[in-house]
Design a protein around this ligand. Sequence first.
Ligand SMILES: Cc1ncc(C[n+]2csc(CCOP(=O)(O)OP(=O)(O)O)c2C)c(N)n1
Length: 827
Amino acid sequence: MLSDVTTPQDLDDRFREALAALPAPQQRRDPARPVTDDATLTGARVLDLFDAQLTSRQLDLAGRWLRSFGEGFYTIGSAGHEGNAAVAAALHAGDPALLHYRSGAFYCVRAGQAAEATGPEPAGQAATSVPADQADHPVDAGPAAGPPAPGDAVRADEPGGPAADRPLPPGYAEAARDVLRGMVASSREPIAGGRHKVFGRADLAVVPTTSTIASHLPRAVGMGLAVERLRRLDTTGRRAGDGVRAGSGGGAAHASWPPDAIVVCSFGDASVNHASATAAFNTAGWYDHTGLRIPVLFVCEDNGLGISVRSPQGWVETTLRAKPGIRYFAADGGDLVRAYEVAVEAAAWVRRHRRPAVLHLSTVRLMGHAGADAETAYRAAGEIAADLDRDPLVGTARLLVGAGVATGEELLARYDEVGWQVRRIAEEVLDEPKLAAPAEVVAPLAPRRPVRVARAVADAAARASGPGAGARAEAFGGKPPELTGPLTLAQSINAALADGMLDHPQMAVFGEDVGVKGGVYGVTKGLRDRFGAARVFDTLLDETSILGLGLGAGLAGMLPVPEIQYLAYLHNAEDQVRGEAATMQFFSQGAFRNPMVVRVAGLAYQEGFGGHFHNDNSVAVLRDVPGLVIAVPARPDDAAPMLRTCLASAAVDGSVCVFLEPIALYHTRDLYADGDGEWLAPYAEPGAWTGGHVPIGRARVYGVGSAEDVTIITFGNGVRMSLRAAATLADEGVGTRVVDLRWLAPLPVADIIREAAATGRVLVVDETRRSGGVGEGVIAALVDAGYVGAARRVAGVDSFVPLGPAARQVLVSEEAITQGARTLLAR
Ligand SMILES: Cc1ncc(C[n+]2csc(CCOP(=O)(O)OP(=O)(O)O)c2C)c(N)n1
């Protein structure tokens, strides 16, 4: 009898009843034969897949059990979705997979494939190895017992039979241990190390996904694009491959993906409505329409519900069928054999044509959304019971018994045996250590090795002036930027991008209008002509997809440099930076990384192009993303070395960098007076790159006058305004030091403290907003360090930036800076 939720007990009871009710087979079928006369799967393979389904189910039950006494921290399960075992079976073990959180059976099958490929695990290493005191219950003790040779007759009345007492297929117990470690937040969990319960393991090509539904789909599309691009380079022999300098590109600590790989990503039916999902479908279809190949298999596991909200009848099929450029396949996830056959067809289609497809897999959801979900609040008892009747495990059992491969009794014995093994592993992992110190938690977040980064910059310099000099001269048309005279900020970034492209063979620059046009501000001008449309390309107009392409490309081994046309438009896609990019190393302990330098044109003060959307001055949303690097170059001679540092850090450490370029300074030439040309700067020749290296988190300090009276701490447009204000103050006999932070994250704390202490009077000039602005971080850093001098802030008003001259009402002005300094000095 059902209570107000489907409990593990209910599910277990129903399963037992259903199996007990199966009629005994009249005749046994040789498991080496197709399980039914028209099936492609053999009985033995179905038994293997059934084991994966059982293991997954038992993991769900174990998760609830662990929760019941406070030792488990995750109860979202896979029950009802175990048909995804068929999808895994239809794929290659090396196909990168970004999985839905109901992928227990998929994960077991993938682990099984990998274990078979690598052979038996060495004793003592296998997660399936059994402690001495439990050796009487061997788990996964070796390769699966071979099925009888074809033609061997197995009689229905023979005791045991092939289903009953086989060891678990290789890899399954190990997979179970992985999942259980995730549930108990063990620091030995193989991918996130106790930071989250995810499906992921580098050797299984399973890339961890976050709980933010559908946010992994734009990344999957980016990966598909990059995998295909690298494959083509491979087949034409031009891929840098082995010849690529270590660390010159991206992505994975993982070896490169197989050339014929396809990317699989799965998600629920409610998720198809999410903006990230629609972006991913659209981008895959858009590229397909242009003839570009993106081998991605989307798998929609449709249980009809998103927590309590029903997908309207027929909506999922209608919407998936209607996606342009994406081939539609459908299967019943309760029918393992047919689901497998359709999945094989879909995967083969994607692999052959290198084009996107969606597999719509119908499933049920058993035991509610998660442990605490009282389903009866929103579902009728009859509906819940109907789902139980469609339990895919019962479906597979019915198939096996109907085919004569096993009896219901044997399969129940199998269920219990698997359950026993899973419980035992659960008990073992209970006592494993948890993450126990802040440093342990954050260790993989954003590794920083500044010495290696500096060395990478020095190596790049050596290449550019040595073996790469010829290619460099050619790329710059015989006139390298150091010989073209002083450059603007935009020209300097352009030159540094070109040098980056020359030095990093896997680097690609892309975004809206960056290719043919060369960027709305001309920053990427000429790059497409020099480096080709495969490396410098226009994307469709969707920031989520642009970032997703970057994320996937980084993961696939490239060094992506996407551009976001305006800071305001980063905000509508910000989750791809915050939730996806910045978390990847954290949730994979560095096994996967998405090196990326996101160029963003932003901040205010544009002449003649007003209004908030092109003058957005809000960076708060970036500053609290753990591990993110935020660079704001104000001057041409900082921009180039800072960009080199970001590229090197991305390549060396997998850093996610936001390179925020002040639009208003792009073409600025003068500092104090019209025509003085003091905001221009020559481009450093490669021989000077090492000496001019700008490490992450180091500020630049300008002394004006005696530099002893007041310290102005600022960045971006504030640098120019502050230098001008400092000149005015100097005329009044006030000595100022102007500190350009250059890096908003990590803040140059040591430089801030030193320069603040030097005068004892700090004026923070913050062109972002008073609330949530950069100035808050600077003041907090001073307080934390015990600074006892005077401090004031000049910051933007808490407002969006209005059009026209009204903008001056809310933005920091030179006058306000001068006044602020005078007020400080008057105290
Ligand atoms: C972007 C986002 N919004 C809300 C949630 C909270 N949430 C978690 S699962 C879920 C329902 C997802 O339903 P579906 O995609 O059908 O997958 P199912 O759980 O049914 O397998 C919701 C709303 C989330 N994880 N991510």
